[in-house]
Design a protein around this ligand. Structure first.
Ligand code: SF4
Length: 458
């Protein structure tokens, strides 16, 4: 169970882990250079953002209409559709399919939605082998960890870390180079692709007008997960809709640009149901499980529903000074960084994840980079307000302190009094209490009004 206390403790520890900071700095630094170059390819990137934002706003405002359209067209294509109101019903649906085909081995491509419902642990609990096939996901799975970042799951690991891990797990030389590591992984996964009974993927987009799922990836592993096994299950959040396949020309580019800095990701697939009679290859069954899991509750929020526009590019994580300091695992939640702070209270409960609404400095950098113009800092503040007011989760000490603060700010006479010594003592108290021993605070000397008057008269 995540908790604010655990979060703060871990954040304190990780923030001062120099090696960890160096790895993050190195990886995010490479990303920033690539994104900067990528932006040069656009004539007018701001216009592209405006259009992307307008399309996703339309989707959020007409979600039921686009869902109906997708469902109708996908079933026409021979696909099977399951609506899962929550994580448990999605897991139960997967279990039914696994039992129908007596599956023993499942290959999976990267999908945060499956992380959200705890799919791997669930399948393993009744003896099914699940193999992650995205290289980053494979690495964190072998390390027994959760993805560190929504786009780059092993961002926190250096080449040396991976070599050490492969040495322990598979007996490769401790100083194996990148070529050795990737060739080994390729060989290992090829065997799994061929033998797998089911392939599970997510989807970057659901295309309403043709009833297809769009998957974008760099390694071809999602394509392999779909092509070899007889059954393909795609587990997707209901908000991933786009009205038309024509929208992909913008969204595939903008996602790649903001996600990794590429002009377009290496493999982009549109999957329109199971294989047709005239086709030789492909899965005999394709099932899409559409997950709600808190999304309709989010949709009902006047402000926070804008978070449903998210295309999971990860740019807000890379830009966030909090994420860059404490790293992905510290959040102790499937989605981390600014977008995680907005989504998690709805996907996992305010009581459990409300503490994430405080993991923000309100610097607004995330809003600056978001390709679909989600006003993340405002949404974080809305969540923070709901956490405190609606769920009555603020402590009585905090409420008293806020009342005193409010009182003092509404009485100018009060703060005009020169009480530097009292103020300094108070600040020291706060500093020692929760401001942490690592930060300094300038001492109060002359009241601002006095300084101002003095400056004006000179
Ligand atoms: S909120 Fe915006 S920047 Fe963050 S992951 Fe979603 S689309 Fe990307």
């Amino acid at each position: 169970m995540p908790s604010k206390r655990k979060f703060l403790k871990q954040a304190q520890k990780v923030a001062f882990d120099y090696e960890h900071r160096q790895k993050l700095k190195h990886n995010i630094g490479k990303y920033e250079i690539a994104v900067e170059k990528g932006l040069l390819r656009y004539k007018d990137f701001e216009k592209a953002r405006d259009i992307a934002s307008a399309i996703k706003t339309d989707v959020v405002n007409n979600l039921d209409k686009y869902l109906d359209e997708f469902a109708r067209n996908f079933e026409k294509n021979g696909g099977e559709l399951i609506i899962a109101p929550d994580a448990n019903s999605a897991l139960a649906a997967v279990e039914r399919i696994v039992k129908q085909v007596d599956a023993r081995l499942i290959v999976k491509s990267k999908s945060m939605t499956t992380e959200e419902i705890g799919l791997n642990e669930f399948l393993e609990s009744f003896g099914v082998e699940v193999v992650e096939t995205d290289l980053g996901e494979f690495i964190v799975q072998q390390a027994g960890e959760k993805p560190y970042h929504i786009v780059t799951p092993a961002m926190h690991k250096s080449k040396q870390d991976v070599a050490r891990l492969y040495h322990e797990k598979f007996g490769l030389p401790e100083d194996a180079d990148v070529h050795q590591l990737t060739s080994f992984t390729r060989g290992y996964l090829r065997e799994k692709f061929v033998k797998a009974d089911i392939g599970i993927t997510g989807a970057n987009f659901l295309i309403a007008n043709i009833g297809a799922i769009a998957v974008t990836e760099n390694e071809g592993n999602a394509l392999m997960s779909v092509s070899f096994p007889k059954v393909h299950i795609a587990i997707v959040g209901i908000e991933k809709l786009l009205p038309s396949y024509k929208d992909l020309s913008l969204f595939w580019q903008i996602l790649a640009n903001r996600g990794t800095g590429q002009s377009v990701t290496v493999y982009n697939s549109l999957i329109l149901g199971p294989k047709k009679n005239v086709e030789d290859n492909g899965p005999e069954r394709m099932i899409v499980i559409l997950i709600d899991n808190g999304r309709t509750e989010l949709l009902a929020q006047k402000e926070q529903k804008a978070a449903l526009k998210c295309i999971r590019c990860g740019a807000c994580l890379n830009a966030c000074p909090v994420y860059r300091t404490i790293g992905g695992h510290t959040y102790n939640s499937v989605y981390s960084g600014p977008i995680g702070s907005v989504l998690m209270p709805f996907f996992g409960g305010f009581k459990e994840y409300g503490y994430l609404t405080f993991a923000c400095t309100l610097c607004r950098k995330c809003e600056e980079v978001c390709p679909v113009r989600i006003p993340l800092p405002d949404l974080i503040l809305s969540n923070r307000r709901d956490y405190v007011e609606k769920y009555k989760l603020s402590s009585s000490g905090e409420r008293v302190a806020m009342k005193a603060f409010e009182y003092s700010l509404t009485k100018p006479k009060f703060y005009e009094i020169n009480m530097s010594k009292v103020k300094n003592a108070f600040i020291r108290l706060i500093q020692n209490w929760f401001w942490s021993k690592y930060r300094d605070f300038p001492q109060f000397k002359t009241p601002f009004r006095k300084q101002f008057k003095h400056k004006k008269s000179n």
